[in-house]
Design a protein around this ligand. Structure first.
Ligand SMILES: *Cc1c(COP(=O)(O)O)cnc(C)c1O
Length: 355
């Protein structure tokens, strides 16, 4: 048997969602396909509290991190770095030859509006990248407050948000917060198999993209827009996954968005309390993630050994990321996992470790 995933992606996929992928294949230029995309898109707009465009990219999230940063700036990009994934966005920006600088905080700390203000004050930048939930450290950055600061003082600066490990797990009000790009692969809080990325794009981000000299092709908003009104994508999409996404969005809306956000808060509180009792939390208490907890290995246990034992009982968690391996371990509490699942997991860990 495959273990139940308590890792921050891919996450546990329910059987009904897996089954939704088995609809017979259809052509991507048919009315049947257009009907599917026309059905799923408004559900995604509801999830993100937006009336603006939501694109479906057949790609993992990293592809859309690249595509979005290529279309964001005619000046210079400010990359905010607080861990491995936000660092990746800086590397992607550099690798594409886009002028950029980074501001960086130590692992476990958050990016604050004050830091962003200080950096943007130079006037060099017209786009900022922010990872909302830094999966490597278990920090959730205050994106709403950062966005408010940017709108208040730097109205020409686009706000690009990687919400990969929190979209569909926490409330993100794309329009009210004034975000310009918000992207997430579906293998995390959406609890789907990997291969698709959902990306909301503001009208002003689409306008900016038209001024960029080399916006790229596969992820280009202009290319996407050529087919958007027809409810299609320029290249062949992962049709089977979109069936599963459509089914999952029905289930998410049936659960109720507020209930879904609350369930994630409840699961996070349980894991955080457990971590405080038996170990310690790695990251700044003021900015703890609601979808993944990074536990400091204060007892010097073998994380690999714990995971081996957990696997025998049908579950796996994640070791610390990169240099934090064995110094920390991460428990994901996202997607379709329940409070019962989380309590069961923590009981298993306590039992294995004799706590
Ligand atoms: C998982 C993750 C990514 C990378 O996603 P892929 O789908 O593997 O490309 C990027 N950013 C964050 C915050 C993540 O958690």
């Amino acid at each position: 048997m495959y273990p139940k995933l308590f890792i921050p992606g891919p996450t546990h996929v329910r059987e009904e969602v897996l089954q939704a992928q088995t609809v017979p294949m259809i052509g991507h230029r048919t009315p049947e396909y257009s009907a599917l995309q026309a059905e799923v898109t408004p559900k995604l707009q509801k999830l993100l509290y937006t009336t603006q465009r939501v694109y479906l990219y057949t790609s993992s999230s990293t592809g859309v991190m690249e595509g979005s940063v290529r279309q964001a700036s005619t000046k210079k990009v400010l990359n905010t770095v607080c861990g491995a994934f936000s660092k990746r966005w800086h590397q992607i920006t550099k690798a594409n030859g886009i002028p950029c600088d980074k501001i960086e905080v130590p692992m476990g700390q958050a990016i604050t509006p004050e830091m962003v203000d200080e950096a943007l004050a130079s006037g060099e930048y017209d786009a900022v990248t922010i990872v909302m939930n830094e999966t490597s450290t278990g920090v959730m950055n205050p994106v709403k407050d950062i966005a408010a600061l940017i709108h208040d003082k730097y109205p020409d600066v686009l706000i690009l948000v990687d919400a990969v490990s929190c979209m569909a797990g926490v409330k993100i009000e794309f329009d009210a917060w004034g975000l310009d790009v918000c992207l997430a692969g579906v293998q995390k809080c959406f609890a789907l198999p990997p291969g698709l990325t959902v990306c909301a794009v503001s009208d002003r981000a689409r306008e900016r993209a038209r001024q960029v000299a080399n916006p790229g092709y596969y992820f280009s908003y202009e290319q996407m827009d050529k087919k958007y009104e027809k409810h299609q994508t320029p290249a062949t999409p992962a049709i089977s996954l979109i069936w599963a996404l459509n089914k999952q969005m029905d289930d998410i809306l049936a659960e109720g968005l507020e209930n879904r956000w609350q369930r994630h808060k409840d699961m996070a509180a349980i894991v955080q309390d457990w971590a405080r009792e038996y170990f310690a939390l790695y990251s700044d208490e003021r900015y703890l993630s609601l979808t993944v907890t990074n536990v400091k290995n204060t007892r010097g246990i073998s994380v690999a050994g714990l995971n081996e034992e957990l696997r025998k009982r049908g579950a796996i968690i994640s070791n610390g990321y990169g240099d934090l391996k064995e110094k920390c371990f991460r428990i994901a509490h996202m997607g379709d996992l329940t409070v019962e699942d989380i309590k069961w997991l923590l009981e298993q860990i306590n039992d294995i470790l004799g706590l």
